[in-house]
Design a protein around this ligand. Structure first.
Ligand code: ADP
Length: 160
């Protein structure tokens, strides 16, 4: 049975930290579906379509990666896709509490689905989509933080 993992997130926008987790996840799983979510309470800078476009560009040439939009309950989506694993990245301790809560909630909803965490590389430990947006809005250079085309999109958004 091929092992498929669902990698859910906002990816607003995709960063090199996200991509690092994806690449390392591909060494463990046969296929990874990046599920671009919409939180009713979370306002995003980029639309779902824009976020998917950037992810498609950033993963061009990578095998066994799919990108989809999802809404609703994650666990239902995971089952619909025939996957058994939810993949998430972990940075500092600050991620842990939220991720633990999220993983335990999903386990309560369906005990057969596991959440697997991949620890970030030290160099991406500080990196988040939010900090990238803040820095971009002030005209900072984003070398090594996001793919070049994402940096370009951010500049266009903020007109900097
Ligand atoms: P969400 O809104 O669901 O937290 P994000 O797009 O912010 O979605 O993140 C998606 C996943 O990628 C999360 O598991 C997050 O912890 C992980 N992630 C984000 N940035 C990094 C990074 N720099 N290194 C490793 N994992 C990361």
């Amino acid at each position: 049975m091929p092992k498929t993992a669902i990698y859910p997130g906002s990816f607003d926008p995709v960063t090199n930290g996200h991509l690092d987790v994806l690449k390392r996840g591909l060494k463990i799983f046969d296929k990874i579906i990046i599920a671009v979510g919409e939180h009713p309470s979370k306002k995003t800078l980029f639309s779902v379509e824009e976020r998917i476009e950037m992810l498609k560009e950033a993963t061009k040439g990578m095998k066994n990666v799919e990108i989809e939009h999802f809404s609703g309950l994650l666990i239902d989506y995971v089952k619909k896709k025939g996957a058994v694993v939810v993949l998430r990245g972990l940075r500092a301790v600050s991620d842990f509490e939220y991720e633990l809560q999220y993983a335990l909630m999903n386990r309560k909803l369906d005990d057969s689905i596991e959440t697997v965490f991949i620890m970030t590389r030290g160099m991406y430990c500080y990196l988040s989509a939010s900090i990238v947006k803040d820095a971009a809005s002030l005209g900072a250079k984003l070398d090594g933080m996001v793919p070049k085309m994402v940096e370009k999109r951010l500049r266009e958004k903020f007109r900097v």
